[in-house]
Design a protein around this ligand. Structure first.
Ligand code: MG
Length: 166
């Protein structure tokens, strides 16, 4: 039923600093700059979590995993994604596809996109062909263009398997 389809979008930004780690989709990317964050600062997974919560009507990542809560300090975002997927599935939702865009000026990440896709497919228990990951720059414009930070946008399509409430 087309009425059972739900779209969700997510967006996240983190600032860069020298020496920190850069983790995208659970994969560590070699980089002289990494993100400043309470968790591991995985912008791609944070945006994916928000897209899942958006499709399911469950609020946002800050409500679920407050950055004031010490239990989430330096936590792997993949663990937060697993918790979110459990909630999502418990509400009767199934994922149909995931489309991601990562925006950063440097480092170049094209050679890592395949690994990121495989890992997301494994964590989300989806075939790789329903996951798409794009990367781009902002043509040296703005904070991303100056390599002061990184952003990610994610859209998901979901299906609610339970009968919808009237
Ligand atoms: Mg974040």
């Amino acid at each position: 039923m087309i009425q059972n389809l739900r779209i969700g979008n997510g967006f996240d930004v983190h600032a860069f600093t020298d020496g920190n780690k850069l983790i995208l989709g659970g994969i560590e990317i070699p980089s002289d700059k990494g993100v400043i964050a309470h968790s591991d600062g995985d912008v791609l997974i944070h945006a994916l979590i928000d897209a899942l919560l958006g499709a399911a009507g469950l609020g946002d990542i800050g409500m679920l995993f407050p950055d004031t809560d010490p239990q989430y300090k330096n936590i792997s975002s993949s663990i937060l994604l697993e918790k979110t997927l459990e909630l999502f599935h418990n509400q009767g939702f199934e994922l149909i596809n995931i489309d991601c865009t990562i925006l950063l000026q440097s480092p170049k990440i094209a050679s890592f996109l395949k690994d990121i896709k495989s890992r997301l497919a494994r964590v989300c228990q989806l075939p790789e062909e329903v996951i798409n990951i794009k990367a781009g720059t902002t043509e040296k414009l703005g904070f991303i263009g100056r390599s002061d930070g990184i952003a990610a946008l994610v859209s998901v399509l979901a299906y609610k398997s339970e009968k919808l409430n009237p």
